[in-house]
Design a protein around this ligand. Structure first.
Ligand code: ZN
Length: 287
């Protein structure tokens, strides 16, 4: 447990990032995308100041909540007296489902979208995008996480495990990596692959409103928001277009992005699907 409390967490993140960048270099999806130091610094600065200001506190809060819940027998799993292995598996699945639910909420309500928008305004997607999260989003996620930890009685080891998994998932799903097509299709039925998550960053709103999962795709498949790697286009454009687009990709604009409410503001959504039945009924009435 000392591993999470000390510098171990930072080293773990750096190792995962380095591994993900190495895979990006070996198996690039978009060939022309070079490592851009300025962009890396800009995106990483979000994590650095976010971590110092807010992320460290929520991580300790979640871990503290889990320790307190266990010590006091609080939470469903503690009440039921489930064996440790069952509590661990349920914790990982429940916290990944929670992350899916949080992500849907971030795309559902405008006040939350403004905390998530900075992540989506990146027009290229690579490992550095995985560091581009506004601390307000992190804070929102942490508040829900603490509540879930208490309600379920997630053990501290469950928090540690999901953090280890989500750090890898976050770096891997944003990596500019092309997996072998067949392997990608098979893997994507269980875990979120880069080609799956990349679609969530598309400017095409029907694809942007899909693939909300962090580690596993089972939630997207269960709730009908899954779009397989075969749907990714070679010429896919990334970012946010229309009124919600950010003027210039600068550090200041990223920091103050949640305070921005442009003219015609609203969460980007795909146009309502054509409903021929409804149209026909309207046409019938008109006649
Ligand atoms: Zn998103």
């Amino acid at each position: 447990m000392e591993f999470v409390k000390g510098l171990g967490g930072v080293y773990y993140l750096l190792i995962v990032l380095a591994a993900a960048v190495a895979i990006e270099c070996a198996l690039p999806w978009r060939k022309g995308l070079k490592i851009n130091l300025a962009r890396w610094l800009r995106n990483a600065s979000m994590t650095v100041y976010g971590t110092i200001l807010l992320s460290a506190i929520p991580a300790i809060a979640a871990f503290g909540a889990a320790t307190a819940a266990e010590a006091n027998g609080v939470g469903l799993m503690n009440q039921l007296g489930l064996p440790f292995s069952a509590r661990l598996i349920i914790s990982v699945l429940a916290l990944d489902l929670m992350a899916y639910g949080q992500h849907r909420m971030l795309h559902q309500w405008y006040v939350l979208w403004r905390t998530h928008r900075a992540h989506h305004t990146d027009i290229n997607i690579d490992v550095s995008t995985s560091l581009r999260f506004h601390p307000f989003e992190t804070l929102f996620r942490a508040m829900i996480e603490v509540a879930v930890v208490f309600a379920l009685g997630v053990p501290p080891e469950g928090i540690l495990l999901i953090y280890l998994i989500h750090v890898i998932a976050n770096a891997f799903t944003h990596a500019n990596v092309a997996l072998p097509r067949k392997a990608d299709i098979i893997l994507s039925r269980i875990i979120t692959t880069p080609a799956v998550h990349r679609q969530h960053h598309s400017t095409d709103l029907s694809r942007q409103c899909s693939n909300f999962g962090t580690a596993f795709t089972i939630w997207d498949q269960m709730f009908g928001t899954f779009s397989g790697p075969e749907n990714l286009r070679e010429d896919e454009r990334f970012g946010v277009e229309g009124p919600e687009a950010m003027k210039a990709d600068t550090f200041g604009n990223l920091v103050f992005d949640p305070f921005r409410k442009p003219k015609g503001a609203g969460v980007p959504r795909p146009p309502a699907p054509d409903m021929p039945a409804a149209k026909d009924a309207a046409a019938d009435k008109a006649l």
